[in-house]
Design a protein. Structure first.
Length: 346
C-alpha cells in the first residue's frame, strides 16, 4: 500500500491515478479527511482516505502503518518540515516526493545515512526539476570527454494547465529574488533567453527561475555555469513577470492572489501541454534533449514520482537519499515517460 500525502491535490491525484493504473492500492492523506474521502470515492475501491498533516509526525506515523511507500505531494517543501521523513524512518517506509525546492534538496541529504542504515530509499525531486532534467542531462552527457562549458535547463508551461493558488504564490516568491548560480548571482524572472523547443511549441523566450538544478548539475556533470529558465505560453504573462522583477523581491500574498484571480478567465486559451528541455554547451557543439507532451504537462511532471513509487513496491532500489534518475536510472526514467505517452527527444 502507498500513502499519498496531498493526495487530493492536482499532483497528488495524478500520482494516485498512475499508481492505481499499475495495480497498486493507495491511501489519499491530507488535512481534510472529507476532501480525501471524496477524492478516494472518485478513484474507486482500491483508494482509501485518511487525515494527516505532513508537519505533524504523530499523524503521519498513524497513517503509515502497513504502508510500503509514502509519496509527498504536499508542498511547499520547507527545509524545516522534516516530520514526514522522521515518520518514514520510524515506520520503515520508503519516501518519494515531487519537490522542486532547492532548500529542500539540500536538506534531505542530512537524512541519507539514516535512511541507508534502515535499508530505505529517500527519492526526492521526482518531478520536472531535477527528476526529468537530470535524466536528460545524464543521457546527453554520455561519452563526453570533458564537462560542458554551460548547462541550460528550461521549463515551458502550457496555459491550459490548472494553476492553483499555491503554485502561483510559489512563482511570485521568485520574482526579483536573487538566485545563487555557480557563475554568480542571477535575478528571478529576469534575463529573457530564446530557447528552441520541439513543435508544436517552437522557440520561446523564457526567464530565470530558481531550481535544485543549480546544485545538481555541477555535482552531476562538473558544470561551472548553469542557468534554469521557465516561462508561460502566453507572452503577456512572461512580460508581466519580467516587469515585476525589475521592482525587486517585493511581491507577496496580495500580488499572488491578484494574479491567480486574473489568470482564471484566460485558462481556456492555449494548450495543456508542456516541455522540459536540457542543453549542454561544449566548445564545438551543443547537445539538446527534451521531454514533452502536447497535452498533460502536469501528468508529465508527476510521472517520475509514479515510476519511483512503483519501482519501490516491486523491489530494492539504491538506498539512502537519491534523485529520481539516480534511483531508477536515467534511461529507465525516460523510457517510463515514453510508455506513459510522452515524447522524449535526444
Amino acid at each position: 500500500m502507498i500513502v499519498i500525502f496531498g493526495g487530493y491535490g492536482v499532483f497528488g491525484s495524478l500520482v494516485a491515478r498512475g499508481l492505481l493504473e499499475g495495480g497498486l492500492e493507495v491511501t489519499l492523506a491530507g488535512r481534510s479527511e472529507s476532501l480525501a474521502r471524496r477524492a478516494a470515492r472518485a478513484l474507486g475501491r482500491r483508494a482509501q482516505a485518511a487525515a494527516a498533516d505532513v508537519t505533524d509526525a504523530a499523524s503521519c506515523h498513524g497513517v503509515l502503518k502497513g504502508a510500503k511507500v509514502a509519496v509527498n505531494c504536499s508542498g511547499p517543501f520547507r527545509a524545516e518540515d522534516t516530520q514526514l521523513l522522521e515518520a518514514c524512518l520510524s515506520s520503515g517506509v520508503h519516501y518519494v516526493d515531487i519537490a522542486d525546492s532547492r532548500a529542500w534538496g539540500r536538506r534531505v541529504y542530512d537524512f541519507s545515512g539514516r535512511f541507508a542504515e534502515r535499508s530505505l530509499t529517500l527519492a526526492w525531486g521526482c518531478s520536472s526539476f531535477p527528476g526529468i532534467s537530470g535524466a536528460l542531462a545524464c543521457v546527453l552527457a554520455e561519452g563526453a570527454a570533458e564537462p560542458p562549458d554551460r548547462v541550460r535547463c528550461s521549463l515551458f508551461i502550457g496555459n491550459r494547465n490548472p494553476k492553483g493558488y499555491a503554485a502561483i504564490r510559489s512563482a511570485v516568491s521568485m520574482i526579483g529574488a536573487p538566485i545563487e548560480a555557480p557563475q554568480g548571482r542571477l535575478t528571478g524572472f529576469a534575463g529573457f533567453e530564446r530557447v528552441e523547443l520541439p513543435l508544436p511549441f517552437g522557440p520561446r523566450r523564457l526567464l530565470n527561475a530558481e531550481a535544485p538544478d543549480y546544485d545538481v548539475m555541477p555535482r552531476l556533470l562538473g558544470a561551472g555555469h548553469v542557468t534554469v529558465k521557465a516561462g508561460f505560453e502566453l507572452a503577456v504573462s512572461n512580460l508581466l513577470f519580467r516587469c515585476m522583477a525589475a521592482c525587486g523581491p517585493v511581491w507577496g500574498r496580495v500580488a499572488a492572489r491578484l494574479l491567480w484571480l486574473a489568470g482564471k478567465p484566460l485558462g481556456f486559451m492555449g494548450r495543456s501541454g508542456g516541455a522540459i528541455s536540457v542543453e549542454l554547451f561544449y566548445p564545438d557543439h551543443v547537445r539538446r534533449g527534451c521531454a514533452y507532451g502536447e497535452q498533460g504537462a502536469q501528468k508529465l511532471a508527476a510521472w517520475p514520482a509514479v515510476l519511483a513509487a512503483r519501482a519501490l513496491c516491486g523491489g530494492p532500489l539504491k538506498r539512502g537519499c537519491v534523485t529520481a534518475f539516480e534511483a531508477l536510472g536515467a534511461r529507465e526514467l525516460l523510457k517510463g515517460l515514453q510508455q506513459a505517452g510522452f515524447e522524449v527527444r535526444l
